[in-house]
Design a protein around this ligand. Structure first.
Ligand code: AMP
Ligand code: GLY
Length: 430
């Protein structure tokens, strides 16, 4: 069997879930995770000193360790052009080219791409500092609430949803005045869409081949009942009841096919994951956003539910030919609940020792963890652990994760008690 040496870039719960799945493959010879976290050593070799944006250092590491394939967890290296950097090197990279990564790196680019390919999304217009007045007038022609999006990457903080017109007009002036630096040099103003969101993940080989991975739903707000500020994600469930056959047929025909074919037609090289942030508007799927990577914490339920060999799939995508490599889904539901540092998503302390209880029937993925000077595992980020479980039912999967969380302790630990409740309600289970 042809085995690969694999380098995975990133350090969060998503990378832990990718690392676990890669390490389970008989096609994986050796796995390195850079910079990794205190848990990634369970799946391979953690290289804490190697930074995902230092392409020269990665190139040297690839040569020294005979790496065959680089898998990129988060968007920054992709948007910065890691695919292009290694294009003529003897190593495969799973991901989009820099030009195609603009689907995530520029909201304006993504909206224009969707318009060119008639992909359903919210109506919009884009404004710059020179057209601030027009933007403010445009807002006054819309119905509240008003959706304002910084064009570029803004660490998940660049989207404002405001109910008052005057406030929205002031916010537009602030954004275009440099609130998010270069990222808000342009601002997209969008029609507000209401409905339930879900995350659809596609792996594409850039040549028209693609596989649809299990659908997930994440929980972005810090507070129960979806209240309070946005976070990176407090939990996720998979599958999602409304993403049934009929809905997914629409997603495939109206969104996935035009996206995959549109990229190819436009010569935008893309051999990696496409993350479709979708909203279900009365049964009609519309695109809220594209990301050019897997979601976090969605990956912590999607990867466990992928029943096929991930290395086969990644290699097929990176080589540009998925052929007939399968992507089977495990029918069992999965849920993940994130344990976060007290104060997150605002200021929080780091360095608290973590006490792990029994894993029970769960998988405990490390996210923001590190070793302290004494070799103890301590908190090192806002999102600290992702506790994933399978169940015969979604309710049971959630119960298992919550039972496991009871045994985990660190100072000021917080988590949402209501992950998945909206989906259970839709299913009539509560
Ligand atoms: P984005 O970074 O584009 O995913 O936006 C962050 C969040 O803002 C999304 O997950 C949605 O919950 C919300 N959002 C973005 N665009 C819209 C829209 N047009 N209508 C309603 N909600 C939106
Ligand atoms: N969970 C949303 C994201 O990864 O962007």
């Amino acid at each position: 069997m042809n085995q690969l040496n694999i380098l995975l870039l990133g350090s969060g719960g998503r990378e832990s879930a990718l690392a676990r799945k890669i390490s389970e493959s008989p096609r994986c010879a050796k796995l390195w995770i850079a910079p990794g976290n205190a848990g990634t050593g369970a799946y391979g070799t953690t290289v804490a000193s190697l930074k995902p944006l230092d392409f020269d250092a990665i190139k040297a590491f690839v040569a020294d360790n005979a790496i065959d394939m680089i898998v990129v967890g988060n968007e920054d290296p992709l948007v910065a052009g890691i695919y292009d950097y290694f294009e003529n090197e003897p190593v495969l990279v799973v991901g989009p080219s820099r030009a195609a990564a603009a689907l995530e790196g520029s909201k304006d680019f993504a909206k224009e791409f969707m318009a060119r390919h008639a992909i359903p999304t919210a109506a919009y217009r884009t404004f710059s500092a020179e057209t601030l007045r027009e933007g403010q007038e445009f807002l006054s022609t819309l119905q509240a609430p008003y959706v304002l999006k910084a064009d570029g990457l803004a660490a998940g903080k660049g989207v404002l949803i405001i109910s008052d017109l005057k406030e929205a007009q002031d916010a537009l002036a602030e954004m275009l005045g440099g609130q998010f630096g270069e990222s808000s040099r342009k601002v997209v103003i969008e029609e507000f869409l209401s409905g339930i969101e879900c995350s659809v993940f596609v792996l594409t080989d850039g040549n028209g081949g693609y596989r649809i991975l299990p659908v997930a739903k994440d929980y972005k707000r810090i507070g129960e009942g979806d209240t309070g500020p946005n976070t990176g994600g407090m939990g996720a469930v998979s599958p999602v009841v409304f993403a049934d056959r009929e809905f997914m047929d629409k997603v495939e025909q109206r969104i996935i096919l035009p996206t995959v074919n549109g990229l190819k037609q436009e010569g935008l090289t893309y051999r990696g994951f496409i993350f479709l942030g979708l909203i279900n508007c009365d049964g009609e799927p519309k695109v809220i956003e594209y990301n050019v990577r897997m979601g976090d914490p969605e990956t912590e339920v999607v990867m466990p539910r992928l029943a096929s060999d991930l290395v086969d799939l990644l290699e097929g995508a990176a080589r540009g030919d998925l052929g007939d490599i399968p992507a089977e889904h495990d029918p069992r539901p999965a849920a993940t609940v994130i344990a976060v540092s007290g104060g997150y998503p605002g200021d929080y302390a780091k360095g608290y020792p973590i006490e792990f209880g029994a894993d029970g029937d769960s998988i405990v993925f490390h996210a923001g963890t590190a070793f302290d000077a004494d070799g103890r595992v301590v908190t090192a980020g806002g999102r600290v652990l992702a506790v994933t479980s399978f169940g015969d039912t979604l309710a049971q999967a959630l119960e298992k994760s919550y039972a496991t969380l009871k045994g985990i302790k660190f100072q000021d630990m917080n988590y949402r008690r209501d992950i998945g409740r909206d989906v259970l309600k839709l299913m009539g289970e509560i």
